[in-house]
Structures are given as C-alpha cells and as structure tokens.
Design a protein around this ligand. Sequence first.
Ligand SMILES: Cc1cc2nc3c(=O)[nH]c(=O)nc-3n(C[C@H](O)[C@H](O)[C@H](O)COP(=O)(O)OP(=O)(O)OC[C@H]3O[C@@H](n4cnc5c(N)ncnc54)[C@H](O)[C@@H]3O)c2cc1C
Length: 474
Amino acid sequence: MFQSIHFNAKPRAVTNASKPEVVEKLKQIVGAENVLVEPEKVEPYGADAVKEKFPPEAVVFPETTAQMCEILKLANEYLFPVTARGGGVGYTGGAVPVDGGIVIGTDRMNKIIEINAADLYVICQPGLTTYALQQAVEKHGLLFPPDPASYKDSFIGGNIAENAGGMRTPKYGVTKHSVLGLEVVTATGEIIRTGGKTVKNVVGFDLTGLMCGSEGLLGIITEATLKLLPMPEATATVRASFKSMEAACRVLTKFTPEGLLPMAMEVVDKNCIGAIEQNFAFGLSKDANAILIVAVDGSMEEVSRNAQTIERILQENGGFDILRSRTSEEEDKLWDVRRAISPSLMKYGTLKLNEDVVVPRSKVPELISKIEDIGRQHKTFVANFGHAGDGNIHVNFMCDRDDPESIARARQCVKETFQLSVDLGGSISGEHGIGYVKAPYLNMAIDAPTLEVMKGIKKVFDPNGILNPGKMFV
Ligand SMILES: Cc1cc2nc3c(=O)[nH]c(=O)nc-3n(C[C@H](O)[C@H](O)[C@H](O)COP(=O)(O)OP(=O)(O)OC[C@H]3O[C@@H](n4cnc5c(N)ncnc54)[C@H](O)[C@@H]3O)c2cc1C
C-alpha cells in the first residue's frame, strides 16, 4: 500500500503495462537498454520534489518523436497509463504515476536543433535542462528569460507543462510568454504542431497557450520553439529592510511612475527573517519585519542609474539597512538571504507543506497577515516569502512527518490559505501547478462550468484517459 499525506492509502497499481508482451513491444520501440522494469531501477521515477513514492511498472526512454508516437499508440491499444517526466523536480506530484503504468523519461530527447539569432528563436527537444538551454543561447549573446529556481534540474518540457515562473517574471512573464510553437504527440499517437517561429501568429486556436500548463494531461511535448531576447549587458540588486510587510509592499507600485520595470521584486517575511538569523546570523536589523529585494537589468549605464533610483525610492518609503550591489559578487551576496530561507525553515519541522498561492500584489500584506492568523489558530509555524512583484507567495507550513495531528493541522491551514487567496482575488497556485497534491482543491479556484470545459478538452485530446490519470481532475 502507498501512503500519501495527500490522499488515503492506495494499493500498488498493476495495469496492462506489466504484461510481458507490452514490455517486449516497448523494448522493440526504444531498444531493450532504454526500458527499465526492475523494482530498484523504476523506484526513483516514482517520486518528484513532493518526495512521495508511487513507482511505475516500467520507465521508457524514447529518443525521437517517431518512437514517442509508437509508445502512445501502444498505450492506447492496451489502455495503460502514461506519465511524462522531465527533471522530476515538480512540487505537486505531476510526474508521479499514482495510478501505475509507464513513465516516459524525456532525458534522451535533449538536443538543441537550431539557435537563430537573426529571428530570435531556439528550437529544442523537451529533455534539455533549463540551465543547459540558457547556457547554450548565452554563447550567442541571447537570453531565455524563464528562470525557475530549479533551473539546474528542471527540463524545458517540464517548464512548459507546468508553465513555470521564476524571479524574472515581473519583467519577462512566465514560461508561456517565451513559447512560440510546439510539436506534441497526442494520447492517440498523432503528431500535432502548434504556433510557429514568429511572435505574431493568429492562425487558428491558441493551442500553444493551451499546452502551457497542461501538466502532461493533453499530450507529450516533443519539440519546442522558444522566444529569445538580446542578453542584457548588466544586472544590479538593491536590498532593504522594512518595519512591516505593508511598508515593503507599498513600494512595489512606486517604480512605475519613475519609468522603471524591475526584473525581480522578492519579499521575505518576519518569520523567515527570524529563521535565517537564527541559523546564519547575517546580522539583519532587529527592527526588520520584512525584506524587499529588487533587481534590474539592461545596459551598464542604465542599470547603474536605475539601481540608484531604486535605492532612493526604498529610502524615501521607509526602507533601512539598504545595500546596493556594484559588482556581480556583491549582487550574489545580497541574494544569500533569500537562498538561506529553505534550509533554515527545516529547523521548524521535518515536513514542509510548501504552497505557492497568488494574489494581486497590493493584497500581499493582507494575505500574509491573515496567513499568520491561520497558523496561530492551528498552532502551526508558518513562514512566507516569494515573488512580491507578481503577488506569488511561497507559504510554508511546518509540521512533523511522524505526527499525523501536526500534518492534519497544517493541511487545514493550507485549505484555509487557498480559500483566503481566492477571496482576495487570486488563486491557489501561481507556478507549481495542480498535479495530485492540489487536485482536491481545484474547485475552490475554478467554477463548475469552466471545469466542465476543461474536462471536455481533456476528452478531445485523450479519449481513453491514459495521459497522467489521477491528476488535476479527481
Ligand atoms: C528547489 C525547487 C525550486 C523550484 N522553483 C521553482 C520556481 O522558481 N518556479 C516554478 O515555477 N517552479 C519551481 N519549482 C517547481 C518545478 O521545478 C517546476 O514546476 C518545473 O517546471 C518542473 O520541471 P521538471 O522538468 O522537473 O518537470 P517534472 O516534475 O518532471 O514534471 C512536471 C509535469 O510536467 C509534465 N511533463 C514533463 N515533461 C513533459 C513533456 N515533455 N510533455 C508533456 N508533459 C510533460 C509531467 O507529466 C508533470 O505533470 C521548484 C522546485 C524545486 C524542487
């Protein structure tokens, strides 16, 4: 039996994927060395960053789109579940085969097909890490902006399927804003092509947008055409402490009247500050009840001027202990505070329920203050930080893995936080998606008629329901 803190125990699923004839056919498609069935070998493919294990019956590693089509045709014939996997660092169990079947590892589909500096696009396969792609285009003086913190491990396919965000979202948007076109293999093994190589393209429905954030439920992305930008010459960061979250967040709207669009605006709450000071002793002021980190990019001259303006704006609006980076080493150091949060929080519990709710950014102070009330009411330590510039806050409820009561309390906190976020005009996830972890709460954020439309779309793409069952709609 598999136990999850998110649903009741489930028996290990055994589907047609375990039939010897199916395993044999899979081996014929991709080569025997690219099919794993031994329990110890498939086990790592049964978990993602949620760290709950539901091992698949087999893991298959195709190298080409043609092989992907054959695998999906086989899955449709024998009706076994198929779960696509990228880097396996999702936070909602998206790549975890909760109903058994096969996992399709995209690791071998990791080639860059074309980097076109003149037309500002790159065509690549889905199994490339975000970092590898960024490095490759950087050599041509180009930028691929989406930057999830997991960029060294996450794959482009996983980023698109989750519509990942990151620090640079306030200026550059989320992953979907950098996707021009896709090649996708549907559940029935057909190849469809969406979008193209141009920013402008209004021919037909926007299936590219539909695939972004589809979490492996509609098809498997086998190739992506991604938008690039010229690499900015420089970046700089300014960090300030504030007496309250309200004061820190009030500054967020002060940049636009000065003609500034910061690339990143990150906030850290007082509980995070307490945790990091206890563990790392950065020497942050005792009066610091919030920290705001603001980063800009552009030409050298522009960055230097804008960073000075930001420093002034922070000062004029109650910021203190203000530090501005002059070199990339100094800039890196200013971000240490932000990087120290996750390891520091693990001192407050052995299990972290890490949510990523989103609200209009003016509502962030109210969100955080009410989340603190929720934590107090349910005797659960909570710490908040994240992407204040786009209202996407990482809410961390700490509990004890071996104490079911503490987990139940934390789960109640999560539920109330989701409702609060919706009530404040936001939603239950800004970037981590739904997977199986947030599936029970989907109807808090999406009304019944809209959900029915989504289920109808799923049926068109995947008539037999073989793609990533047990996710999103449960
Ligand atoms: C330390 C850490 C930091 C993180 N920081 C961020 C962050 O800043 N921003 C953010 O948005 N997220 C963040 N995440 C969450 C996560 O890394 C992202 O959701 C990322 O996009 C997942 O990519 P992956 O390749 O690991 O996908 P996986 O976890 O392997 O899969 C995620 C989903 O995508 C589907 N999928 C994978 N490949 C394909 C494909 N080729 N075709 C169709 N579907 C596919 C899977 O079936 C699954 O549903 C973080 C996670 C960790 C552990």
